[in-house]
Design a protein around this ligand. Structure first.
Ligand SMILES: Nc1ncnc2c1ncn2[C@@H]1O[C@H](COP(=O)(O)OP(=O)(O)OP(=O)(O)O)[C@@H](O)[C@H]1O
Length: 345
């Protein structure tokens, strides 16, 4: 185990709520784990506590088997053996690439070889003598990662590493950074508020809400089996309807669904979460709606559909359909439900 955080809590002076509360986190060697949550949920505080830039009020932190906080011990950041990668790259502007990545290290033959290998792996070979200002944002972020890796830290901590880049570059860099981390067998904890980013890059995701852990799991577990409404809404952008179980049917205000294994909930209220691909245009479908908005996303359309209840109520659903689907704003459309895209909580 590379990181063990036990019952970490931190409240900043003068604030009403703790920034993080009773966090228990373990990260295994070679894992890429993301801390995912909305602004202010405590992601950066958690990362900074692990790095040693913030001191928690209580708990214990063990990094690569060494106690760095708790039981009367506090190890300063420079002795924690962690590498940091920041949103704004934090490269030395007056030093070229090779000097940036070897800064503060003894230039031995082994070190030079390591620098060469890592630059090649990050597709930066040939750029050794360039200054940061002569590089693109994606190249600068890869230099920042290589600089962290040069010291062979037990873990790399990344705080929103992609957020300064535009959307297409961000997607490309995610793939490149993941590949570098995996090829170097680096353990990594990274912070993001972007659910798509967390789903694509992580082996496991820790979802934080108001300083507490909502759920920890693989991207698939978090996406397909959210344990709370918060996770369902935040991670899978699910549409939520209240329903009542009756036999193997759930009745909602807008439609009824046949669902297996819900007999034990007979008569109970549940929440039905329908992910964006759960409502499918179907000429034989029984659910009626009106397309309110259509956004082209390249591989798919993201649409807002207004559903009508028999009693005259309406609600807006966010759905995703393939680009082959004939859909445009203003049309009436019938839909069916894809049971694989539903979670009952
Ligand atoms: N130095 C500080 N002093 C007082 N309160 C702070 C301090 N740093 C953070 N906070 C508060 O602690 C809470 C958690 O902040 P934190 O920055 O960890 O959240 P975050 O999830 O990283 O948010 P963001 O994505 O916006 O950076 C917030 O309510 C924030 O206002």
């Amino acid at each position: 185990m590379i990181i063990q955080c036990k019952n970490i809590s931190k409240k900043y002076p003068g604030t009403a709520q703790p920034a993080v509360q009773n966090l228990n986190i373990t990260i295994n060697e070679g894992e890429i784990v993301s801390l995912l949550g909305p602004s202010g949920c405590g992601k950066s505080t958690t990362l900074r506590i692990i790095a040693g830039f913030e001191v928690p009020d209580e708990g214990e932190i063990i990094l690569a088997g060494k106690q760095v906080y708790g039981k009367g011990i506090w190890v300063p950041p420079e002795h924690r053996d962690v590498g940091m990668v920041f949103q704004d790259y934090a490269l030395f502007p007056h030093l070229n690439v090779i000097k940036n990545i070897t800064f503060g290290l003894k230039r031995t033959r082994d070190l030079n070889q390591r620098a060469k290998d890592l630059l090649k792996l990050a597709n930066l070979d040939g750029l050794e003598s360039k200054l940061p200002s002569e590089l693109s944002g994606g190249q600068q972020q890869r230099v920042a990662l290589i600089r962290a890796l040069m010291r062979q830290p037990c873990i790399v901590l990344m705080d929103e590493p992609f957020s300064n880049l535009d959307a297409s570059l961000r997607e490309q860099l995610r793939v490149e950074i993941k590949s570098i981390l995996k090829q170097t067998e680096t353990t990594c904890l990274f912070v993001t508020h972007n659910q798509e980013e967390a789903l694509t890059i992580s082996d496991r995701i820790i979802v934080l809400n108001q300083g507490k852990i909502e759920q920890i799991g693989t991207p698939e577990e978090i996406y397909f089996h959210p344990k709370s409404l918060f996770v369902a809404k935040f991670v899978s952008q699910g549409n939520i309807l209240e329903g009542i179980c009756s036999g193997n049917t759930i009745k909602t205000e807008y439609f009824s669904l046949k669902v297996n294994n819900i007999h034990k909930n007979n008569g109970k209220k549940v929440n039905v979460i329908i992910r964006p691909r759960g409502l499918k245009p179907d000429p034989n479908g029984l659910i009626k709606g009106k397309i309110e908005d259509v956004q082209f996303k390249g591989e798919s359309y993201e649409c807002i559909v207004k559903l009508f209840s028999p009693q005259g109520a309406t609600t807006n659903f966010k759905i995703t359909v393939d680009v082959q689907t004939k859909i445009k704003p203003g049309i009436q459309q019938t839909f069916s439900i894809d049971e694989n895209q539903i979670t009952i909580i």
